[in-house]
Design a protein around this ligand. Structure first.
Ligand code: AMP
Length: 209
C-alpha cells in the first residue's frame, strides 16, 4: 500500500506510523527523521537544514523532493511505503505525483489525523524521546520509566515558541493539501483524540475496510 500520513506537528503521526508499518510491513519514510539525521552528521546540507528546523520553517521544496525521490527508489519501497511528514506543500504533492507516475504507481490513501491546536501545544511541549530506542514519551500523558528518565531528550524544535511557527507553517502551506487530496478522492479523516490504541483501531479500520 502506498500511503501518506498528513496532520499537524504533534498529531500522533510518529506513534501511529510504528503500528502501521508493523501491521502492513511497509517502510516509514519520515522526512523529519532524515533531516534530523543529516543535522546530527554535521554534513553541509545538515547545517542548512538546521537553520530552517530551528526556526520552525519548512526546508525548501527542491531539497526535500530530491531526498524523497532517492528514498522511494530504494528496494524496500517496492511493495509500498508510508510517507510521514511529506508532502507538506502543494509543490511537494505535485512532485510526488510525478515520481509515482514515473514509477507506474499511485497512492492508495491519504490519512489525515485531525487535532486542535490547543491540544497540540500541550502534547508537543511535554514530548521527550529516548535516543537509544527511539521511543517517544510524554511527561504527563505517557511518563517514561524512572530508570531511563535521565537520558531522554527534547527536540530543539519542540519548544512552545518554535511550535507556534511550525503550526503557522502547517496552516499556511500544508493544509491546502486537504482539499488537494479530497478532490482526488484519497483523503481519509481520522479524529486524532482519544487513546493511541483507539486511534490505531480507527486507522486500521480505514486501511482494512
Ligand atoms: P517533523 O519531524 O515532521 O515535525 O519535521 C521537523 C522539521 O523538519 C520541520 O519543522 C521542517 O523544518 C523539516 N521538514 C520535515 N519534513 C519536511 C517537508 N516535507 N518539507 C519541508 N520541511 C520539512
Amino acid at each position: 500500500m502506498d500511503l501518506i500520513f498528513l496532520g499537524p506537528p504533534g498529531a500522533g503521526k510518529g506513534t501511529q506510523a510504528r503500528w502501521i508499518i508493523e501491521e502492513f510491513k511497509t517502510p516509514q519514510i519520515s522526512t523529519g527523521d532524515i533531516i534530523r539525521a543529516a543535522i546530527r552528521d554535521h554534513s553541509p546540507l545538515g547545517k542548512e537544514f538546521k537553520s530552517y528546523t530551528d526556526a520552525g520553517k519548512l526546508v525548501p521544496d527542491d531539497l526535500v523532493n530530491r531526498m524523497v525521490e532517492d528514498r522511494l527508489a530504494q528496494p524496500d519501497c517496492k511493495g509500498g511505503f508510508l510517507l510521514d511528514g511529506f508532502p507538506r506543500t502543494v509543490v511537494q504533492a505535485k512532485a510526488l505525483d510525478k515520481m509515482l507516475e514515473k514509477a507506474g504507481r499511485s497512492l492508495d490513501h491519504v490519512l489525515l489525523l485531525e487535532v486542535d491546536d490547543a491540544v497540540l501545544v500541550e502534547r508537543i511541549t511535554g514530548r521527550r524521546s529516548d535516543p537509544e530506542t527511539g521511543n517517544v514519551y510524554h511527561i504527563k500523558f505517557n511518563p517514561p520509566p524512572a530508570d531511563i528518565a535521565d537520558r531522554l531528550i527534547q527536540r530543539s524544535d519542540d519548544t512552545e515558541e518554535v511550535l507556534r511557527q511550525r503550526l503557522d507553517e502547517y496552516h499556511a502551506k500544508t493544509s491546502p493539501l486537504i482539499p488537494f487530496y479530497e478532490e482526488k478522492g484519497l483523503l481519509r479523516r481520522i479524529k486524532g483524540v482519544g487513546t493511541p490504541e483507539n486511534i490505531r483501531d480507527l486507522i486500521f479500520g480505514v486501511l482494512k475496510g
